[in-house]
Design a protein around this ligand. Structure first.
Ligand code: NAG
Ligand code: NAG
Length: 673
């Protein structure tokens, strides 16, 4: 509510200065804030999910998955060195049934010097001295030969400067697959990213030899040194946000364009993976498997919100009700892999064999993704999956992904996943979106949201039509306004995640993304800092306060953190001018508090050429039981106050669930995740 009583005091000379808004804070909390509230939705808009991004593997097309042997496309990212003959062939004796293809290499006669082949990575390979790179491949001689000689595995600049190398021996009598593993310790850091991974033999010594190679890998050091793990800089940025959940294995990544190319938990991770055509036309290696996702969740102290495929693929096909049983069984196996008893389930035994006999944490499972695109078949698919999965796993909550209440689903969902991609203005104007929702026991997961365009009539257009390439200060402030509403409604909104999480700076299919990256760096956006500010400044209970104007440009939320005796106020000012506020608190408050402020030019962004234009700035400000704060134009502020000792603490009632009521129609139809 705007503070009307101040207006009469404003003199004519000051008439153009906005009257301060008075925000009176309640001493009594309305509801506890769920510890799951702020988290991450896994989606990488790049070559494929994970590959070349969070997943640290450096070689592109490393196992020749989903390519047509004999074509030049099958050699994507590979090139011959010094006249070697290279082609992709279908192996008569594949390295694994899941990986039928191999690189067939012929060393021509009459060559001297290094002859072989190179891989150019995912738009480059970062080479840093002081880092140890683990390189490996399988090889065999299709025809036994008397050759025995050295192979050099190296990292080179685009001009041929050797940055680091290691050697191993190849034996011509090796006609079955043998793995070669070496470590490379570069002596030089490359200034550019256009480096190559090379495998060469001496042309004279190996003249006329033919060798097959398969399943290459090149890993830099990984986050927490996990095998098959995550890229350190990207993982560190994600950790910095302090997320409490990780939605996996993505949104659309789950679905596939067809039933055959759906994500399958048991077709992921090295040697078990066959790869598949990803949802955006690229080959998805699925080298980053379910086990890696789950250990990643443990490493960051977050819980998975895991999806199971529900019988619908993006190309538009739904499995008939009579054909669902194998997919329901696969979903049960997937959940058993995560939480099952190894003595009772083969899937759980597989988890145990990978080194994790104890169950992982799993409280939430999503049935499908964005099933509002196939709501006419979701009715029977939801019923079949939800009934079978609830019976098998009574302790798990199952989340529906159709529009809220439409179609009517049986059994009635206890949770819905809601998605929205909109304009910065829409987010500010919908800060009250959940205030009108019935308190009927249904909870909501704001599983994907982002301000993606300033053009409300063409959200998915080009940058020249208003589409954002990187989050701006204005889009981040709009999201923050919306998030104050999520915090106020966290009695029914139990989790929320910006989407997508990661996008390559040039090889991407969607903008904007929370973090941008290339082969060498990760770039934190304005929206990233908003997510981080909200996530790291949580409370355990919500303190009601004077409500903002629903149609205004100034939004706030107030929470209390009992363990630290703090009151945390978040303010988003989406207007082009500063907004004065007066906070009135029913506690004795210390005379100084902390301000973390993110502000700047509305349409500006952190970009690869100017990556640190925006970052929150901390300062000490004067506070008290009543204090003034002037929120700068287009800004997000987090003010932390300390309750002076000796004052009465607030009380936190447990959430009361109102009477059940008819579900509401969601207006969140603008989806892309
Ligand atoms: C995964 O499990 C399903 C049964 O749920 C099975 O039909 C399929 O062949 C398995 N896939 C792989 C790659 O093992
Ligand atoms: C919004 O998109 C439409 C095309 O759908 C375009 O004609 C219009 O110029 C765009 N508006 C702005 C402000 O870019």
């Amino acid at each position: 509510m705007w503070s009307l009583h101040c207006i009469g005091l404003v003199s004519l000379a000051l008439a153009r200065v906005a009257a301060a808004v008075t925000v009176t804070v309640s001493a009594t909390a309305s509801h506890p804030i769920p510890s799951t509230l702020w988290g991450q939705m896994f989606e990488v808009r790049y070559f494929a999910i994970g590959d070349g991004g969070l997943y640290a593997e450096l070689l592109q097309n490393r196992a020749f998955q989903q390519v047509t042997p004999g074509t030049s496309a099958a050699l994507t990212a590979w090139a011959a060195i010094n006249g070697a003959g290279i082609s992709v062939v279908q192996e008569s004796v594949p390295v694994s049934t899941a990986l039928p293809n191999a690189l067939h290499v012929t060393i021509p006669t009459g060559k001297t010097g290094a002859v072989g082949f190179s891989n150019s990575g995912y738009t480059g390979i970062k080479v840093a001295s002081g880092s140890t790179y683990a390189a490996s491949f399988y090889y065999r001689f299709p025809t036994s030969s008397s050759f025995s000689g050295s192979v050099t595995i190296g990292l080179q600049s685009s001009t041929g400067q050797v940055l680091g190398s290691a050697t191993a021996t190849l034996s011509g009598s090796q006609t079955t697959w043998k793995q070669v593993s070496v470590t490379i310790n570069p002596t030089t850091s490359a200034s550019a990213l256009t480096n190559l991974f090379t495998v060469t033999v001496d042309g004279a010594a190996a003249s006329g030899q033919t060798i097959n190679f398969a399943m290459f890998s090149l890993f830099p050091p990984t986050f927490k040194n996990r095998p098959n793990g995550m890229r350190v800089d990207i993982a560190t940025a994600l950790q910095e946000m302090g997320p409490s959940f990780f939605r996996l294995p993505g949104g659309n990544n789950l679905e596939g364009q067809t039933t055959a190319t759906r994500w399958q938990w048991n077709a992921t991770a090295l040697r078990r993976t066959i790869g598949r055509t990803g949802d955006w036309g690229y080959v998805n290696t699925d080298g980053l498997g379910l086990f890696e996702y789950l250990t990643w969740c443990e490493d960051l102290g977050m819980q998975p919100i895991m999806a199971v495929w529900s019988g619908y693929s993006l190309g538009g096909t739904s499995v008939a009700s009579t054909g669902l049983q194998p997919y329901i069984q696969q979903a049960i196996d997937q959940i058993n892999f995560v939480v099952g008893d190894p003595s009772a389930s083969a899937a759980a035994a597989l988890r145990s064999s990978l080194g994790h006999p104890a169950p992982f944490t799993l409280n939430y499972v999503e049935i499908g993704n964005e099933d509002f695109f196939a709501s006419s078949t979701y009715t029977y698919r939801w019923t079949a999956f939800a009934n079978a999965l609830k019976a098998a796993f009574p302790a798990i909550q199952f989340i529906a992904t159709s529009d809220v209440g439409s179609p009517v689903l049986s059994p009635v969902p206890t949770e819905y996943d809601v998605h929205v991609y909109q304009t910065p203005t829409w987010f500010a104007q919908n800060s009250f979106y959940y205030d009108s929702f019935a308190r009927g026991g249904t909870k909501y997961f704001e599983g994907e949201y982002a301000a993606i365009s300033t053009n409300s009539s063409n959200l998915f257009g080009t940058p020249s039509q208003g589409r954002l390439t990187y989050p701006t200060m204005q889009s981040a402030a709009g999201e923050a306004a919306f998030m104050t509403g999520l915090e106020r409604n966290s009695d029914i909104v139990f989790a929320a995640s910006y989407a997508p999480l990661l996008g390559h700076i040039t090889a991407n299919q969607w903008t904007p993304n929370l973090l941008a990256f290339d082969a060498g760096s990760v770039y934190r956006s304005t929206s990233f800092y908003v997510q981080k500010l909200f996530s790291l400044n949580r409370g355990d209970s919500y303190l009601p306060s004077t409500l903002p104007s629903q149609t205004g440009t100034l939004f706030w939320s107030v929470v209390r953190q009992t363990s630290t005796n703090q009151i945390i106020i978040k303010v988003s000012n989406t207007a082009a001018s500063a907004a004065p506020l007066t906070f009135v608190l029913p506690f004795s408050i210390s005379s100084s508090g902390t301000l973390q402020l993110l502000t700047g030019t509305a349409t500006a962004s952190n970009t690869p050429t100017n990556p640190t234009l925006f970052a929150p700035v901390s300062s000490t400000i004067s506070t008290g039981s009543t204090f003034n704060y002037n929120a700068p134009a287009v800004s997000v502020s987090v003010i932390t106050l300390t309750i002076a000792s000796g004052t009465a603490s607030t009380t936190t009632p447990t959430t009361t669930i109102g009477t059940a009521s008819g579900a509401m129609q969601s207006h969140f139809g603008q989806c892309g995740g």
